[in-house]
Design a protein around this ligand. Structure first.
Ligand SMILES: [Zn+2]
Length: 150
């Protein structure tokens, strides 16, 4: 079991070392596909920042960069991460607002529907026919035509 974990770790480390060499430069804003929403884009960029942070950590630990450079770069990455987090929070608030507005619109529509008199209430017995019908479901009286297009 311990041995298996050690192998997994070794593989993980190997992938970790090789991956930065394979991953191309982050594409600019213009290169984004159209269907990417701002929120998923922010999440993607956040992941990239975290990856960069991990790379940086690794390079520092393997002695590739000086402590000064490490500190400076790290602060840059963290600042970017914080900015992205803030931006995506704002984005999420916008999404929540959209949901609220949609709900209000739906509620208003439902209310308007309620305010409209049901056109299938029987004039004879007052039965509220739930479906568009020509004759009252309760007493069989002919209902007034709803579409006088003839
Ligand atoms: Zn009726």
């Amino acid at each position: 079991m311990v041995f298996g974990i050690a192998i997994l770790l070794a593989i993980g480390m190997a992938v970790f070392v090789v991956t930065p060499l394979l991953v191309p430069e982050i594409p600019g804003e213009g290169a984004l596909p159209i269907d990417v929403t701002p929120l998923t884009d922010l999440k993607r960029r956040r992941l990239v920042v975290y990856e960069n942070l991990q790379d940086l950590e690794f390079e520092y630990k393997s002695g590739k960069i000086s402590p000064e450079d490490y500190q400076a770069l790290r602060e840059n990455h963290l600042a970017e991460a914080a900015q992205l987090m803030l931006a995506s929070q704002e984005q999420e608030e916008v999404t929540e607002n959209d949901v609220l507005i949609e709900r209000q619109v739906a509620a208003r529509r439902a209310q308007r529907r309620l305010q409209q008199p049901n056109p299938y209430v029987c004039p004879g017995c007052g039965f509220d026919n739930p479906l568009p019908v020509k004759f009252c479901g309760n007493c069989g009286v002919q209902l007034p035509q709803q579409n006088p297009k003839k």
